[in-house]
Design a protein around this ligand. Structure first.
Ligand code: ZN
Ligand code: ZN
Length: 412
């Protein structure tokens, strides 16, 4: 086991939004064991095998991206379900390493990552962030997780074995079985596609998906296993219905209005906006990444609503979490989400969404999202002060210095 001493550290506390200068952060194995002030003595018996001088830089908790697709190496999300699982795993490994280097030491995969990928990272065979996975996103036929074109009939999407980003299931018994199957394989949450989306070829953004009975069945099964359901939804109709039926978290939420925001607060639910990918898909820039014209058209329809949603969520005090949802070669722009949120939110609010609030969504607030005694040793040493310039994080190659993941230095 390695032990690390970070000296001359200015430590960012995302709860109060303050920088504490002249600290020494001690890491033993995969835990932070002390954050010492200038006059504090180190715990007895601690000797560091590795010392890092953080003078002039900011020591931050690792960031959490609560909406990724680790199998989404192509802009067409239907591709992984047609490929060799071994090839898909190799591409996922590449995406994971890059995310870690951008400072995302934890990710929540909301469609795609399976128990095997999680295990390979946890056992150290692949380099990647901590993964909170839910298996494939469950979808009705013709819903947002059904990536077949209208003319395509093949049933590969029905596989419960091959890694796919979406899994089609219709009717209460099929939904129950799909949820139970993901729970069997260690899912930390269940993802439902509850309305139309941008990347799916055959649905409309304003459609609601799954019946009340199907949603209720998924919520009951998840609740029985002490995990939660999160739902992809854009419209007030889809969001309101989902929250009333016990869905605990909404992905995107782009067309949310004041009334929907009140329902969020009433149910103490979480919102995971994904603005940067929407802006990119709606722009000319996306044509070079093989994004189908239909997806670009859908993205343009809702582009303006994103910032307004953030404004509404903030005004009502909705618990808002950092998420990105990048796909294919556009993953390189994952960190743009920090900059686009700055149009509405303060630097501190954005940092909280990517640390303490995200940790709360994951049920990990006692051990993720802070640089504090007893927390897991996922630590960044930033070349910038994000409290004074949050947009600087949009350029990770400049902003992110050292990355420590699970107590190991993975980037100097
Ligand atoms: Zn989605
Ligand atoms: Zn997504």
């Amino acid at each position: 086991m390695t032990s690390i001493e970070i000296v001359r550290a200015t430590v960012l506390d995302p709860i109060v939004g303050e920088l504490a200068p002249d600290r020494t952060v001690l890491i033993d194995g995969d835990r932070i064991v002390a954050v010492l002030g200038p006059d504090d003595a180190p715990p007895a018996g601690f000797t560091a095998t590795n010392q890092i001088d953080a003078a002039g830089r900011v020591v931050s908790p690792g960031f959490i991206d609560a909406h990724v697709h680790l199998l989404g190496y192509e802009s067409d999300l239907g591709v992984p379900g047609k490929e060799s699982p071994l090839y898909v795993a190799a591409r996922a490994a590449d995406l994971m390493t890059a995310m870690l280097r951008r400072g995302f030491t934890t990710v929540r995969d909301v469609g795609g990552a399976d128990h095997g990928l999680v295990r390979a990272v946890e056992e150290g065979y692949l380099l990647g962030p901590r993964i909170f996975h839910g298996g494939p996103a469950l979808s009705q036929t013709g819903g947002h997780g059904d990536f077949r074109s209208g003319g395509e009939v093949c049933a590969h999407q029905m596989s419960t074995v091959l890694p796919t980003i979406g899994l089609v299931c219709d009717g209460v018994p099929a939904v129950r079985q799909a949820v139970r199957n993901e729970i069997r394989r260690g899912a930390r949450h269940i993802k439902l596609m509850l309305g139309g989306g941008i990347a799916s070829p055959t649905d409309r953004i304003d459609s609601s998906q799954f019946s009340d009975e199907e949603i209720r069945a998924a919520v009951e099964e998840a609740d029985n296993a002490n995990i939660y359901v999160t739902g992809h939804a854009y419209t007030p109709r889809s969001i309101a219905r989902a929250l009333a039926l016990g869905v605990r978290c909404i992905e995107h939420g782009t067309l949310m209005d004041d009334e929907t925001a009140r329902i969020f607060v009433k149910h103490n639910a979480f919102l995971v906006p994904t603005l940067a990918i929407g802006a990119l898909l709606a722009s000319e820039e996306s044509t070079q990444f093989g994004v189908p014209e239909e997806s670009r058209r859908k993205a343009s329809q809702i582009r303006a609503a994103g910032t307004e949603m953030l404004r509404i969520a903030r005004a009502h005090g909705v618990q808002t979490v950092f998420g990105t949802d990048f796909i294919g070669p556009m993953h390189q722009f994952q960190s743009r989400e920090f900059a686009i949120r700055a149009e509405v939110l303060s630097a501190l609010e954005i940092l909280q969404s990517a640390t303490v609030t995200a940790a709360k969504l994951l049920g990990q607030e006692e051990q993720l999202g802070r640089v504090a005694n007893g927390y897991l040793a996922d630590v960044l040493i930033l070349n910038v002060d994000p409290l004074s310039d949050i947009s600087a994080l949009a350029e990770p190659e400049r902003a992110i210095g050292t990355v420590i993941s699970r107590g190991c230095v993975v980037q100097r």
